[in-house]
Design a binder for this molecule. Sequence first.
Ligand SMILES: NC(=O)c1ccc[n+]([C@@H]2O[C@H](COP(=O)([O-])OP(=O)(O)OC[C@H]3O[C@@H](n4cnc5c(N)ncnc54)[C@H](O)[C@@H]3O)[C@@H](O)[C@H]2O)c1
Ligand SMILES: O=C(O)CC[C@@H](O)C(=O)O
Length: 398
Amino acid sequence: MSTLTLEKVKTIKTLNNIAESGLNVFQDGFAIDNDSDNPDAILVRSFNMHAIEFGNDLKAIARAGAGVNNIPLDKCTEQGIVVFNTPGANANAVKEMVLASMLAASRNLFDGVAWTKTLEVEGEQIPKLVEAGKKQFVGKEIKGKTLGVVGLGAIGALVANSALDLGMDVIAFDPFISVDVAWNLSRNVQRAMKIEQLFANADYITVHVPLTADTKAMFNQETFGIMKQDVYILNFSRGELVNEADMELALESGKVGKYITDFPNEAVLKMKNTIPVPHLGASTAESEENCAIMAARQVKEFLETGNIKNSVNFPNASLPYVGKQRVAAFHKNVPNMVGQITSAISSYDLNIADMVNRSRGDYAYTMIDIDNEVNSDILPSLENKIKQIAGIVTARII
Ligand SMILES: NC(=O)c1ccc[n+]([C@@H]2O[C@H](COP(=O)([O-])OP(=O)(O)OC[C@H]3O[C@@H](n4cnc5c(N)ncnc54)[C@H](O)[C@@H]3O)[C@@H](O)[C@H]2O)c1
Ligand SMILES: O=C(O)CC[C@@H](O)C(=O)O
């Protein structure tokens, strides 16, 4: 059982390289300790956390990035651990990588450069060989071609708008598009009502969806069958979105002309016509800073005030923090939880100044600000009393 954390230095552990500017968010009252086996919060990028045991003090995990498939979300929710990500913070980096790869693949740039570097002649021989050999690498222009964008979130929407600027036609599919994205999307992006419509019409397809049970292997023999011959597929989302055995056959037959992927593995490296990129989509100084700072600020605010912004497993909830005592409780989303928490507070003759209660699926989060000056002697006993309520997952007094 955790104890009151008000006076305790809060420990932050990182499982991947996190930009210094993000770590600098943690100043007084925080310590970065990568050897800790019981931190208050973890900052992570792609490290696979599925086999990790969590310590009792762990309250938050922040993914400095978008995809959270490396984090056991259900286990975190059951243990009252908030998981954050950093929506949009690396979207521009990925957009630029998608455009760069699409252009480079279309112009056979990687093969051409690799071939040039193999030339072992000297002096005037080099330009001669270059002029004679360049016909092997004749490419095609993207202008006037159709790009299919699967997933119009932070990245997909940027890619769609930029592809229009490059003279492409764009068709996109996203059954869950957000209002914010819709406001920022060019009206010239055609909406596919079914993904099959996109697959049937695109010369290039780029995918920007999370890896979930629904999206796993969405590129497979059946969907390749709908696509145009020689389609180029760009995957900067997750390797598992593609059935690799089917991709190998599609590349062999020429149905897929090129597969550009940020997720190389042994199978991918054995396939023909792949462009394996070493997971560089978000690897820019700017993106790493954006993600680290956003992740760190979200964790810091949550540990200090209980406010939750950009969680992927708990509801977002905020109350202006005025420095008085705050009860923050995760609990089952069942009747009378708020009533029981407020009864526990009033049993100590304490008055309530403000409160918020938000639910998400089977769980909910309640923050209650206490109006009185509270004698610190009673805080452990109040915290324990709240923790005893059936349905409470975790509770803190901040
Ligand atoms: N290569 C990299 O370095 C890198 C960097 C950032 C993100 N990513 C990957 O890209 C993914 C997308 O990132 P984002 O920032 O755009 O996320 P996002 O959450 O902003 O957008 C995802 C979009 O996918 C849509 N979607 C979900 N299921 C769908 C489906 N079945 N069909 C069509 N659309 C669907 C959602 O409605 C949402 O609009 C991440 O989940 C992550 O896996 C990779
Ligand atoms: O941290 C990275 O470099 C990759 C991040 C990316 O895969 C993401 O999902 O945001």
